[in-house]
Design a protein around this ligand. Structure first.
Ligand code: UD1
Ligand code: MG
Length: 457
């Protein structure tokens, strides 16, 4: 019979001030690829096996709770006395619930779930009290240095940069700050920490020396992908993490069949999904809860935010926010689709067109210099250049309905509330203040009917 699977709990440290960011916003809430840094670390910990990781919060803890909500459990560290002290705050919450405790930092947004999983697996097979993650790289980035008895020999200690000698500073094996502990050992060993000499903090990293002094072996898993070890302590690190995360997202899309012509100028949030054979041209930003289908051509110069796009669309040089676009639609350049814009199949939107809270039915066209607000447009309607819905009287927003097959002449002012009947026409420069019956031509200011259209007497 195999032994019972050890109960794993993940603990994320997020109580520090993040002083080096020089920010009013807590460090771990700075956005990366469209979401607070800490949510990346949290997602990895969840995927590695703890549905509800525990966050140690302190500085601006309420803001962190508000951003993360129920995805995490919380313990408070009221005074930031170091990483060892931070972990000790979780003892009461976790000691009866975990056999293994995975400790990581909320400021390590690039660590992948698979790496955390490997660390847990390594500790499951290790007899000693814990396994830690290390990385070998030339730029030390302020990380703790790993001291080994001999190259490749057992780990002896972690020396924090502030406490290191010049000889120790030259060591290139670094502490990632992620560990998997045997829980019973962790809770008792934390009592043995004493404040560090220079900073007076309780360093979690001193647990290595404590274990070694007690004759216990600490295992180290060396990370071969150094990018995952990008920790964020300054805004320069934040930009480095953003670049690495951004490329990781782009690579994921490319591997899944999306063409990205110029990764250097393409910005896609982690939350975006894109279908096969869609082509993203340069200088394009796609953000928020955006879902894009197959075989579209997007960009150059598009910004798309919180929108749904179907298949076979061409979106060129436009701002598209909170919009829904169905299939075979073309937009732009220089169009602005705002919240509630909904374009059905085969719609054409040209340049200098703005739509807000408006539906365009199948096959309808709006080629140039027009604004539709709170409008419901049927199928196969032509909106002439310069058409404006006057939908706002200073107090209320009012609706405009344009029925199937209507033809709105250039420079028409449509004063809402208004209904333009099926197949009706407005003459160039009409100021339409009253409903227009079906198949009727109206002209002038205010527009008046002059005749029924041919075939509709
Ligand atoms: C820490 C490690 C260092 C490692 C580096 C990797 C220690 C002493 N040092 O240094 O060896 O190379 O991470 O990123 O552990 N925190 C609290 N409460 C505190 C102090 C910190 O919750 O009292 C949290 C911070 O919010 C942060 C994490 O712990 O998320 C690490 O703290 P930070 O100050 O960034 O430590 P580093 O200097 O990066
Ligand atoms: Mg750090």
């Amino acid at each position: 019979m195999p032994a019972n699977k050890p109960r794993l709990r993940a603990l994320l440290l997020a109580a520090g001030k993040g002083t080096r960011m020089r920010s009013r916003l807590p460090k771990v809430l700075h956005p990366l690829a469209g979401q607070p840094m800490l949510l990346h670390a949290l997602a990895a910990a969840r995927a590695a096996g703890d549905e509800q990781p525990t966050l140690v919060i302190g500085h601006e803890g309420e803001q962190i709770r508000a951003a993360v909500g129920e995805q995490a459990a919380y313990v408070e560290q009221t005074e930031q006395l170091g990483t060892g002290h931070a972990v000790a705050q979780a003892r009461a919450a976790l000691q009866d619930k975990a056999d293994l405790v995975l400790v990581t930092s909320a400021d390590m947004p690039l660590l992948e779930a698979e790496t955390l999983q490997r660390l847990v697996d390594a500790q499951t097979q290790h007899d000693g009290p814990f396994t830690m993650l290390t990385v070998v790289q030339d730029n030390p980035r302020g990380f703790g240095r790993i001291l080994r008895a001999a190259p490749g020999g057992p780990v002896q200690a972690i020396i924090e940069e502030a406490e290191a000698t010049s000889e120790q500073l030259a060591i290139t094996e670094l502490n990632v700050g992620t560990y998997c502990f045997r829980a019973d050992w962790l809770w008792s060993a934390l009592d043995k920490l004493s404040p560090s000499e220079k900073k007076g903090e309780y360093y979690l990293t001193d647990l290595v020396a404590i274990a070694v002094d007690a004759g216990e072996a600490v295992a180290a898993l060396v990370l071969d992908d150094a990018e995952q070890a990008i920790g964020v302590n300054t805004r320069e690190h934040l930009a480095q993490a953003e670049a690495a995360l951004r490329y990781r997202i782009l690579r994921g899309h490319m591997l899944a069949g999306v063409t990205i012509q110029d990764p250097a100028t393409t910005y896609i949030d982690a939350s975006v999904s894109i279908g096969q054979d869609t082509i993203i041209k340069p200088n394009t930003t796609i953000e928020g809860a955006t879902v894009i289908g197959d075989e579209n051509v997007i960009g150059p110069n598009c910004v798309i935010r919180d929108s749904q796009i179907g298949d076979h669309c061409i979106l060129d040089g436009s701002y598209i926010e909170g919009a829904r676009i169905e299939n075979h639609v073309d937009v732009g350049p220089f169009a602005h689709l705002r919240k509630g814009a909904h374009l059905q199949d085969h719609v054409h939107i040209g340049n200098y067109a703005e739509l807000k809270n408006s539906v365009m039915g199948p096959g309808s066209k709006m080629g140039h210099n027009s604004y539709l607000g709170d409008a419901t447009v049927g199928a196969n309607v032509n909106i002439g250049a310069g058409t404006i819905t006057a939908n706002y009287d200073g107090v209320n927003k009012k609706p405009t309905v344009i029925e199937d097959g209507a033809f709105i002449g250039v420079d028409s002012m449509l004063v809402a509330p208004l209904k333009i009947g099926q197949g009706a026409r407005t003459g160039a420069g009409a100021v339409v203040t009253k409903d227009v019956p079906a198949y009727t031509l109206v002209v002038g200011m205010p527009a008046r009917a002059i005749r029924k259209l041919e075939g509709h007497d």
